[in-house]
Design a protein around this ligand. Structure first.
Ligand code: PMP
Length: 404
């Protein structure tokens, strides 16, 4: 038998083992679903574009190009433009004294997570995460060879005793938490839990990666200071913020706050990945933070989201099976339902999509021991009427899939 002629075969690039089997990411598939016009999608965390402050942002781009055009179109510095770092430090200093020199600008928090992984992780390192946690963080850490281990949570977030036990057993390189309006559950860690977790981290010396893209989107007006602001935590936490949920996910601007020598490594890693984030976008966001009233904008957006959360909670609760558990988020974008043993949200999805409604099956948010009965529903994209109608249809799909 003669060997096949390679020139006659379709050409295939070699693929690194760390990406093998990742031809599509669950997130990419969500965005495809969300784009289908016949489906009301609760799957992605997609802000309602009607709420974007297009006029204000346009004015800021115009101003930057007119007044700083030559600089805005030039290369910048890996740390990020000073004006933006100053604005970021000003906002953070409400809870945690921060100097512009402690800020590193990123192209969204997603890049921040990747930069941190580049700077801190060796293949085989363990990262402790909430169970469940943000899927794309698992991906950013995973492609660097990290092993994610889920730590048990309850309605108040990660359980401090379980965290301590997991640290003792697994010797993690870092702990990754989303304490406020978490993705995917919408849960928030109360103050006492934050203090208990901080105490464990101080005692064990394990650094915290605190991801806080949703904290400002509070429905009750309660503001949640990050764990990084608790005594002794500023120096052992890298805190990530993003403009994606507050101003625009399309501009791709976020930042992280850290202290000490890691700041230099983060800048080197950022330079290796992308040199720097877009200068024109950074200067525009800085101008926006300086001149627009972001707090008023956030209050307006949060008010709209609260009505949508109410619409979803009101219609979803009665259509869930007995024994199901649903979170009641006080902010952010997501609601999380666990239908309970004997249900499989992934299996149900095809029928849901056929009836014109999509959610994200929850199993993909677990680093291990997935609960397949769970689903994440984002309430931010659609109006209350659309939500109520679509949840009604979802209820029919759930009823047609009895417990097994
Ligand atoms: N972290 C969390 C917890 C998120 O939910 C998201 C967005 N879905 C990100 C980070 C990344 O957001 P961005 O890159 O748009 O800032």
């Amino acid at each position: 038998m003669t060997a096949p002629d390679p020139s006659q075969q379709p050409y295939r690039f070699p693929i690194a083992a760390r990406y093998a089997g990742m031809a599509s990411s669950p997130l990419k598939d969500i965005f495809a679903l969300a784009a289908r016009e016949d489906v009301v999608s609760f799957a992605g965390g997609i802000p309602d574009p009607e709420l974007f402050a297009v006029e204000d942002v346009t004015a800021c781009y115009d101003w930057v190009l007119q007044h700083q055009g030559h600089r805005a179109l030039q290369y910048g510095v890996s740390e990020g433009e000073l004006e933006l770092r100053e604005q970021a430090a000003r906002r953070l200093s409400r809870d945690l004294p921060t100097d512009a020199s402690q800020i590193r600008v990123t192209s969204g928090s997603q890049e921040g997570l990747f930069v941190i992984a580049q700077a801190m992780l060796e293949p085989g390192d363990v990262v402790l995460v909430e169970s469940p946690t943000y899927l794309a963080a698992v991906q950013a850490f995973g492609v660097h060879g990290a092993r994610m281990i889920g730590v048990d949570t309850d309605d108040d977030g990660v359980i401090a005793e379980a965290l301590e036990e997991a640290i003792r057993t697994h010797h993690p390189r870092m702990v990754y938490l989303i304490p406020t309006f978490q993705n995917p559950t919408g849960r928030t860690m109360p103050r006492a839990r934050r203090e208990a977790v901080a105490e464990v981290l101080r005692r064990t010396g394990v650094p915290l990666i605190e991801d806080d893209p949703y904290g400002a989107l509070s429905f009750s007006g309660t503001s949640w200071a990050p764990i990084a602001s608790l005594p002794g935590m500023g120096e052992r936490t890298i805190l990530l913020n993003s403009m994606s949920k507050l101003m625009s996910p399309g501009v791709r601007i976020g930042w992280m706050r850290a202290e000490g020598p890691i700041l230099d490594t983060l800048a080197v890693a950022k330079a290796a990945i992308s040199m720097q984030s877009s200068v024109v976008d950074q200067l525009t966001v800085a101008r926006y933070l300086e001149t627009a009233d972001l707090d008023t904008h956030i209050a307006r957006v949060s008010g709209v989201y609260r009505e949508r959360r109410d619409a979803m909670a009101r219609t979803l609760t009665p259509v869930l099976p007995d024994g199901a558990h649903v979170t009641h988020p006080e902010g952010g974008m997501f609601l999380w339902a666990a239908l309970g043993e004997g249900f499989d949200a992934q299996e149900m999805l095809a029928d849901a999509v056929d009836s014109g409604v999509a959610y994200l099956p929850g199993w993909s948010f677990f680093a291990d021991h997935a609960d397949r009965s769970t689903m994440r529903l984002s309430f931010v994209t659609h109006s209350p009427t659309v939500i109520e109608d679509a949840i009604g249809r979802l209820g029919e799909v759930i009823a047609a899939h009895p417990r097994r």
